[in-house]
Each structure stands twice: as structure tokens, then as C-alpha cells.
Design a binder for this molecule. Structure first.
Ligand code: AMP
Length: 481
């Protein structure tokens, strides 16, 4: 089947040809005719499957008739993170080159005024993260009663991030008669229920079950001591010795660990960027751009920030931490080995990670091969060498070494052989140093545990755009939600 058979307009077909696509991917093939027929669609698909074009291409076709009105967007796309939202905008730019549509991006970290000005002129497509969208709505600057088509993308990630109440509220602000497209990589029961409440008689399409990992990816496990410095050292060795290395995404379970590891790698002379939910928008985009362009070969990232990023050719994924949620493993390693390319997914496994590892192996339906000795070969805790700490510093009680706050920058083993320019200390680490022990002890990983609402700029109401970071993190008032 070709794109021409799907019912897309001539303008869209020309743009698709210009993009160099010869045939639709399975999700495009399955979903596009139904979207064009104005049916609701429930799409179960991961990023990397061509999911974005599966809704952008028919939307462009549908939007060729009609006109945008002031403050009343015609279509609305909700994304869990700023990066995903920005990526959808890029898709509209790429496939909409023959259209003269107005597209607005409502995400945190950028000026309200510019966004307001755009909405006021009238937009055909509004792409937003939930927090910033509701902020605009609450300021009375936005009406959702003209929304003909609503896209809820990455619904399972919205659930993880605590956005579901916001999504429900937003959906109620749009007309009941709207068309709804609902995409999720996984369908846990909560998402199933949600889809039932949002969709009317939907067409269900499903591609690549979420538990499958591409056969083009070489997966390996590497045993490591649980202390942070041991894990960092192991990681550096793996990066240095990796065959076919081009670039890598290094995943950590917690935002704080992303910051620490990023600084550590830089101190050791590696060229690395960091991506997590506490960084401001400009820093996140800069990190992503420098990684995409190949200028920086290492991207240290949290799950939420990296989810769904379209980075076509990543040679390696390193799991610095074993993810505590097995699906995250599938998402993480899906960043490599895309579109038939070969890829490598290397996971550091420390004592204490056994249960998470077992859950991953159950989900993917196969054991992952150890490279070198497994955990049983590690010395017992009492035999393990003591890490080099200064006097008076307490030993870490955390197996993953998460209690090393206060030792930042003082770890001998983390000093570079030669002096390198000292990277500026990310602001987040100061505040996170005060993180209560109770939270640290929680078995559940952070997964950017505080929903990324701050990243939607929800704390900036009334203060313009120059808000100190600690204020920007304050929760939005929840009245009426
Ligand atoms: P997505 O799943 O939307 O993140 O898309 C993953 C990648 O597939 C992006 O780089 C798209 O540009 C690319 N892509 C989308 N549709 C097609 C297609 N029909 N043929 C080849 N590549 C595609």
C-alpha cells in the first residue's frame, strides 16, 4: 500500500514524498484512513513507529477546509513533555510545508506573552503540555469550544506523570462532538478506562507490542558494585571500550543522578549533555540539539525527559540504573536499533537490582546475557573496598549510592587526570541535597517522580517569565481540578 491509497490530500502527499518516505508504516496504514473518515482512533503504538505522522498527516488534510478563529484553536494535541510537544511542531513544519496553517506551541519555560499573541491571532493547531494549557485557559485567554479534533498522545506517560486529572479537565472543555485520537504505548487498566471515557466507538489499531525488543539490539548485563563511584567507573570503562560506538543515551532512574553523573562524566573529560525535567526549556533544547547534531556524543537522561525523543541513530543505550518499571527498559533500549539499524543496550546491574531485572526478563520473555561475571562474583559487602571518603562523611546506606549528597565534587575517584574547565553546578542539586531521607528510601524510582509540571511553567502566574527556579517549582493551585 502506498501513501496515495490512504486518502491524503495532494499537498500532504507532496510533503511526504519530499520527506523521502516510500510507504506508510503499519500504524500510518492502519490509522490514517480512519482519521480522515472522522472516526475516533485508539492507537497502541510506541514512538519510533511513525505514530506522529499517523495523526499529523490526516490532520493536515482535514485542516485544508475551514479557518482559524481568534482564541479558538481548531485542533489540540496534548503531549506529556516539552520535548515531545516541540517534536510534534517539527512534524507539522516538515509535513505542512505546502500549507499555510498556524501552529502554536504552549509549553512551560517560554514567554506567555508570545504564546498569547499567537493564540489571539487564531491557530489551526495547538500543541501543548497540560499544565501550560490550563494556565492559559485560567487566564481567560483561550477557548477550547472550537476544538474539532483532540489528540492525546503518550497517554500512559501522562498517567505516570500525574497528568490524568488535567487531561480529563481539558477534555471536558472541548466539545462533546469532537473527534478524538488517543495514543499510548501500553494499555494498563487505568488507560483502558480512560480511553473508554474519551473515545466514542473508536477504531483500535495496534502495532509492535510494548514488551517486544528489536532483534537488532544486542542486550548485555554488566555486574557492578552498588556504590555510585563504582557504577560511574564501570560506566566509563564501558563507554571507552564499546565497539561500534557513535553516540549513547545514558539513562538514570532519578533526575538528581542525571545531574551528578553528567558532571562526573564532564570532569572525566567526556563530552556529555544532560536532559531531565528540572532543566529549563532552553537548556533541554540545547542539550537535545547538540546531541542530535553529533556535536556531543553522550546524553545523560531521565526516563520522562527522554521518552519518545526522535533521535534516529543512537548506537548505544546505557542503563546506568536498572529501571524499576520493566516497561521503561523496553522504552529505553528502543532508543537504539531503530529502523532496522543495529544497536547496543548495556545495563549496569548492582546488588539489589535482582528483582527489577527479573521483572524485565519476564516482560521481554527472555533472559538478558551477562557480559563477564554476574552478580554472584562480586565480593560480599564486608569484603568490598571502602570508597575514598573524607573524614566524618557517613558511609552510604543506599545500595545505589543515592546517599552521597554532600560529597559532590569531593570524590577523589571522580577527579580528572588533568584539569578541565569546571562545569557550572546545576541549580537543582542544591535543592535536592535537602531531599528528605524518607523519600530517598522509597523503593519506587523517581521516574522524575514529581510530575514535570514545573516544566510546564505552572508556577509563573503573575510573575512574568523571570521567576526563580524554586518558585517555578511550586505546585499550581488545584482549585476546581
Ligand atoms: P515517530 O514514531 O513519530 O517518532 O517517528 C519515528 C521516525 O520515523 C521519525 O524519524 C519519522 O520521521 C520517521 N517516519 C515516519 N513515517 C515514516 C515513513 N512512512 N517512512 C519512513 N520513516 C518514517
Amino acid at each position: 500500500m502506498s501513501f496515495a491509497d490512504l486518502g491524503l490530500s495532494e499537498k500532504v502527499l507532496q510533503a511526504v514524498a519530499a520527506a523521502g518516505y516510500s510507504e506508510p508504516t503499519p500504524i500510518q496504514h492502519q490509522a490514517i484512513p480512519h482519521v480522515l473518515a472522522r472516526r475516533d482512533v485508539l492507537g497502541i503504538a510506541q514512538t519510533g513507529t511513525g505514530k506522529t505522522a499517523a495523526f499529523v498527516l490526516p490532520m493536515l488534510t482535514l485542516l485544508e477546509t475551514g479557518r482559524a478563529r481568534a482564541r479558538m484553536p481548531r485542533t489540540l494535541i496534548l503531549e506529556p513533555t516539552r520535548e515531545l510537544a516541540a517534536q510534534v511542531v517539527e512534524n507539522f513544519e516538515k509535513y505542512g510545508i505546502n500549507h499555510n496553517l498556524s501552529v502554536a506551541l504552549l509549553i512551560g519555560g517560554v514567554s506567555f506573552a508570545d504564546q498569547d499573541a499567537k493564540i489571539t491571532r487564531g491557530v489551526d493547531v495547538l500543541i501543548a503540555t497540560p499544565g501550560r494549557l490550563l494556565d492559559h485557559f485560567e487566564r481567560g485567554k483561550l477557548l477550547l469550544t472550537g476544538v474539532e479534533l483532540l489528540v492525546i498522545d503518550e497517554a500512559d506517560r501522562m498517567l505516570d506523570m500525574g497528568f490524568i486529572p488535567d487531561i480529563e479537565r481539558i477534555a471536558k472543555l472541548t466539545p462533546f462532538t469532537r473527534q478524538t485520537l488517543f495514543f499510548s504505548a501500553t494499555m494498563p487498566p487505568e488507560i483502558e478506562r480512560l480511553s473508554e471515557s474519551f473515545l466514542h466507538n473508536p477504531v483500535r489499531t495496534e502495532v509492535a507490542p510494548p514488551s517486544s525488543t528489536a532483534s537488532t539490539i544486542t542486550q548485555r548485563l554488566f555486574a557492578t558494585g552498588a556504590e555510585s563511584h563504582q557504577k560511574r567507573e564501570r560506566l566509563r570503562d564501558l563507554i571507552r571500550s564499546a565497539a561500534d560506538f557513535k553516540n549513547a543515551i545514558i539513562f538514570c532512574n532519578r533526575k538528581r543522578e542525571v545531574g551528578i553523573l553528567h558532571k562526573s562524566l564532564q570532569r572525566h573529560g567526556f563530552s556529555a549533555a544532560a536532559l531531565h525535567g528540572d532543566l529549563d526549556q532552553r537548556a533541554r533544547m540545547a542539550a537535545l540539539d547538540s546531541f542530535r547534531s553529533g556535536e556531543i556524543p553522550l546524553l545523560v537522561a531521565s526516563d520522562v525527559a527522554a521518552r519518545g525523543l526522535d533521535i534516529p541513530a543512537v548506537s548505544h543505550v546505557f542503563n546506568y540504573d536498572v529501571p524499576h518499571h520493566a516497561e521503561d527498559y523496553v522504552h529505553r533500549i528502543g532508543r537504539t536499533g531503530r529502523a532496522g539499524r543495529t544497536g547496543h543496550a548495556f545495563t549496569l546491574v548492582a546488588p539489589g537490582d535482582e528483582r527489577s531485572l527479573a521483572a524485565i526478563e519476564t516482560l521481554i520473555g527472555q533472559p538478558v546475557t551477562w557480559e563477564g561475571p554476574d552478580l554472584s562474583s562480586l565480593p560480599e559487602p564486608s569484603e568490598r573496598p571502602r570508597s575514598s571518603r573524607g573524614r566524618g562523611e557517613r558511609a552510604s546506606s543506599s545500595r545505589s549510592g543515592r546517599d552521597d549528597r554532600g560529597r559532590r565534587g569531593r570524590e577523589r575517584e571522580d577527579r580528572p587526570a588533568k584539569a578541565l574547565p569546571k562545569p557550572r553546578e546545576p541549580r537543582e542539586e542544591k535543592t535536592l541535597a535537602a531531599e528528605p531521607a524518607r523519600r530517598r528510601a522509597q523503593p519506587r524510582p523517581e521516574r522524575d517522580s514529581r510530575p514535570d509540571r514545573d516544566s510546564d511553567g505552572t508556577g509563573v502566574v503573575g510573575l512574568g517569565d523571570h521567576v526563580p527556579a524554586f518558585l517555578a517549582r511550586a505546585p499550581r493551585p488545584r482549585s476546581g481540578r
